[in-house]
Design a protein around this ligand. Structure first.
Ligand code: ATP
Ligand code: SF4
Ligand code: MG
Length: 414
């Protein structure tokens, strides 16, 4: 995870290789596709497909945290399940440490199961209620036929201690724990085999706001201690901002923008990202009270069964022109470390964009319907006094102070 700017949350430099210094990505995804077939009738003929993930490319570097955001149904979880190979891809390629794992079978995947683990959203549903914590956390050892040094029980107790649980609670059942504690059990299980990559799908969104910051901070600490690499999927833009080094924004099965955290939050270039971020309260106290507009997208997200032609966002974009309806914009690197898929990206005047027309090319008229696709509302805080910090980082993320702060972040959830 990223170094935070908050003094109370100061985190030491990562012991492992830093995200930017590593030449070889841990994970490389190229043209990844997952279409779920829709079958109808007695003969179960395929009549269509849900294009949940429809051609995405990205890399995850050792030691970094890649955050993934996007509206519900845009394919985040499907992407997470594809890269952990819980789902079989329809197309594209997944490479882990340079090895093609796209279509590995059960036996081929066995060694990889140790290196890639997943943390799920639901700390209630993801733990078997009939098994003790000890047997849940030790399951990966049994599945992989691994005998840890000092024995399974000792190792499980060490893992429980590592995630802040009482090692003596080895024999308790999941229902005897709170939501946050159960998520810690899920984290302990995911870490049992010392994975290199952990994919966390909404790891805190099912938790009470008062414990979200605790779990986020625990994951942060474990990353420093164990040199983990994370892909973290989340709805909450404040959580994503706090945890991520780089962020991928998804829309209808595509990555529309991928950039370093600061670059993305400070100068988003895709209109969709701009609209999402306009909902996040301004974190800089010096800018509190500064004029701020919130861009409200009208209309529903189109169906992933028949996504719009050209740019999939054109039905909701206030900048859409004729070319947006017909030509799909490729994901291009327009600034160092900043990739965008848009024909008319938001430009920052002092940084020339590479190879694309500037913000709204001359002679290209915005479609009449585009003007109706958004509503801009004034979101300037009435008084700085009523605006509190909105993320664990900005809040100082002391576990005590977390509740109010994360509650204030609700407008930033999508
Ligand atoms: N097993 C499946 N069979 C058919 N369609 C599926 C399946 N799993 C997911 N989908 C569909 O794929 C699309 C993407 O779903 P996914 O769960 O990946 O979205 P998401 O971004 O994680 O959403 P959320 O934020 O609500 O969790 C949705 O339209 C969903 O209905
Ligand atoms: S300007 Fe065009 S290409 Fe860019 S997001 Fe809007 S509709 Fe898509
Ligand atoms: Mg999901």
């Amino acid at each position: 995870m990223s170094e935070t700017k908050d003094p109370e949350m100061t985190i030491p430099e990562q012991a492992n290789s830093s995200a930017s210094s590593s030449p070889e990505p841990l994970l490389r995804v190229t043209g990844l596709v997952k279409h779920f077939p829709i079958k109808k009738g007695l003969l179960q003929r395929q009549t269509g497909a849900v294009k949940a993930v429809d051609g995405i490319d990205f890399e995850v570097r050792p030691g970094e945290t890649l955050g993934v955001v996007g509206e519900s149904g845009c394919g985040k979880s499907t992407m997470g399940r594809l890269i952990t190979r819980l789902l079989e891809p329809t197309g594209g390629k997944i490479e882990f440490e340079g090895k093609d794992i796209t279509h590995l079978g059960v036996s081929g995947m066995r060694p990889l199961r140790r290196d890639v683990q997943m943390i799920f959203q639901d700390p209630y549903g993801s733990l078997n209620p009939r098994h003790t914590v000890g047997s849940i956390v030790s399951a990966p050892f049994k599945l992989q036929g691994v005998e840890p040094e000092g024995g399974v029980k000792k190792e499980v107790q060490r893992l429980l201690g590592l995630v802040g649980l009482n090692p003596e609670h080895y024999n308790r059942y999941p229902h005897e724990f709170s939501g946050g504690q159960r998520q810690r059990i899920g984290i302990a299980r995911a870490l049992a085999l010392k994975p290199k990559l952990v994919v966390a799908d909404e790891p805190v969104s099912a938790l009470d706001v008062s414990v979200q910051a605790q779990v986020v901070n625990l994951m942060d600490d474990l990353q420093q201690e164990l040199g983990l690499t994370y892909v973290i999927i989340a709805h909450d833009l404040s959580v994503i901002r706090h945890v991520s080094d780089r962020i991928a924004v998804m829309y209808l099965g595509k990555i529309v923008e991928l950039a370093d955290r600061d670059s993305l939050y400070e100068s988003p270039m895709h209109p969709y990202t701009k609209a999402l971020l306009s909902a996040v309260p301004v974190p800089d106290p010096r800018r509190r009270g500064a004029k701020s507009d919130r861009i409200l997208l009208k209309g529903d997200v189109p169906s992933p069964i028949s996504p719009p032609s050209g740019c999939r966002f054109h039905t909701r974009c206030w900048k859409a022109t004729e070319v947006c309806k017909t030509q799909e914009p490729p994901l291009l690197t327009l600034r160092t470390g900043h990739q965008v898929a848009c024909h008319h990206p938001e430009s920052v005047s002092d940084v020339p964009l590479r190879g694309v027309a500037p913000d709204q090319a001359p002679g290209e008229a915005v479609l009449p319907e585009a003007r109706e696709s958004v509503e801009v509302v004034d979101a300037t805080p009435k008084s700085p006094a009523v605006t509190k910090a909105e993320s664990p980082a900005e809040a100082g993320a002391s576990e005590d102070s977390a509740e109010g702060d994360i509650q204030d972040s609700n407008p930033s959830s999508i």
